[in-house]
Ligand binder design. Sequence first.
Ligand SMILES: O=C(O)c1cccc(C(=O)CC[C@H]2O[C@@H](n3cnc4c(=O)[nH]cnc43)[C@H](O)[C@@H]2O)c1
Length: 217
Amino acid sequence: MNNFGRILIMTSVEAERDAILRGIESDSRIDVKLAGVGPISAGIQTAKALAADEYELVINMGIAGGFADKAEVGSLVIANEMVSADLGAESPEGFITLDELGFGASTRVEADGDLGEILLEAIKAAGISVRVGNILTLSTVTGTVETTSKLQHREPGALAEAMEGYGVAMAAKEFGLPVLEIRSISNPIGPRDRSAWRIKDALVTLESASKVIAEVL
Ligand SMILES: O=C(O)c1cccc(C(=O)CC[C@H]2O[C@@H](n3cnc4c(=O)[nH]cnc43)[C@H](O)[C@@H]2O)c1
């Protein structure tokens, strides 16, 4: 279809960038840049890239943790919303979001739903297991059953968590650009067990999804 002009893909680390570059092959419309790890670095690096060049679409891609029974390791998640899940205040009654605190800044950015739908169908057609739902952005990787269930209770629409989506989305929003977050699930969210991370498989899925993106957008 190739409707888009220039697309900016932001990803955290070199292994993710290399997988995406293998997928998009030599599509000169698409730049893949490193965001670093965490929402602050991601916001700064995305804003820098958008200030330096003209783009029509911003996509945050990478690996992520998946909530049990919602996003299996090896599958892909396309975000409905990029949600900052730790921006707010704790209280004895529970977590209070920035919006609820009355600071007037949203902790959620909506993804471009039409583009998300187009990609969902194309990625499914390529034989990749994929779902659409919210993706949480956290500065700290979840590592206990307690935090996992608190997050699930607070954000029942969340399928996955990563560390950059909200930062990338805020920068894209500032520049008035549509934004997507697409994540390949490398590990289950829960008690920290690095041996359960399937990074190689997740990078292969990321590469396949990138190929579809270059073909479809
Ligand atoms: O060790 C490696 O070979 C390697 C290769 C590619 C990527 C990594 C990373 O550690 C990427 C960090 C990146 O991954 C996201 N992520 C993945 N799982 C989770 C999670 O359960 N909770 C939060 N974030 C997760 C995150 O966006 C990090 O920036 C290593």
